[in-house]
Design a protein around this ligand. Sequence first.
Ligand code: KDO
Length: 338
Amino acid sequence: MIDKLTRRAALGLAGAFVVGVGAGLPLPGLAQDKIVLRMSTPASDSDQRSLALAGVFGPAVAGFADYQPHYNASLVAQGSELEAIAAGDLEMSIASAQELANFFPEFSIFATGYVHQDAAHQVRVFNDPLMDPFKKKVEDELGVKLLSVMYLGRRHVNLRFPRSERNVMTPADLAGVNLRMPGSDAWQFLGKALGANPTPMAFTEIYTALQTGSVDGQDNPLPTVVDAKFYEVTKQVSLTSHLVDLNYIAFSKAVWDKLTPEQQAVVQKAADDAAETGRQAQLKKEEELVTFLKDQGLDIYEPDLKAFRDHVQAQYVGSEFAKSWPEGVLEKINALGN
Ligand code: KDO
């Protein structure tokens, strides 16, 4: 089986992508003559990306902008943030590649299982000229600037069942498992590619769904499993590392264009610095939390990673997503890896 997926191998059918509805929020105003930067995310205020943005980005732009974060999807529903920015109803979000793939199918390349290798690889890919046409398209067609890449972490399979009931060593072991995944085509595809039965659901509903058993499990990096307290309602984590996940710091192009070149430089640096701070904090948490979760009684173990990687990659071969990937980009991403 292929170790690194190639575009040539993966070409197939054209995809159909659905775009949701806009958020319809009030227009941004000025606070004390400062530019208001409302940021909406499904993440909590104690998530490492949230902490880095509030602790690094906000203070860095405070001379001319008022950074106003909104957590737990309290301002805009998960998955609608990009449309809200495009409509002028929001200034910032931390957007996933899967959300961007709703508008621009080629972004699914960054949402494909086992493509990004680690946090440093994500940064090299984001800063490489290969990203320029992707960034330009989002700017020109959606009015959103992708400023920097934030590290969310390695996603793993986290289930309600004890390991004595489900021992997830290979994709076959996930057959019939209702695995909550975020609600977009690219996410759902990844869930199927893992061998599970993906169930779309908003992030903020996961805890209750795990508690009541309306889903069998969910996939997220360990820091999220802890931050959202999923460990209270689950029994095991199979360390599948199926996606080294990211979010882009998304910024309104209309607001950007109103800034002076000096202010733009401050915003850009603030975003890069916040991303770096968040990345280091998240990497540290990923390492530390295995012990914490074991202490909470969870079984944490490594499955047959080759079986998962081979199976996931085979699903993308010939898929609707792979056809949207521009020629040569997957090879460039692979070449930037280890
Ligand atoms: C999730 O819904 O599982 C996910 O991890 C998807 C990410 O793209 C990101 O939106 C994240 O949720 C939220 O920020 C909450 O951590």
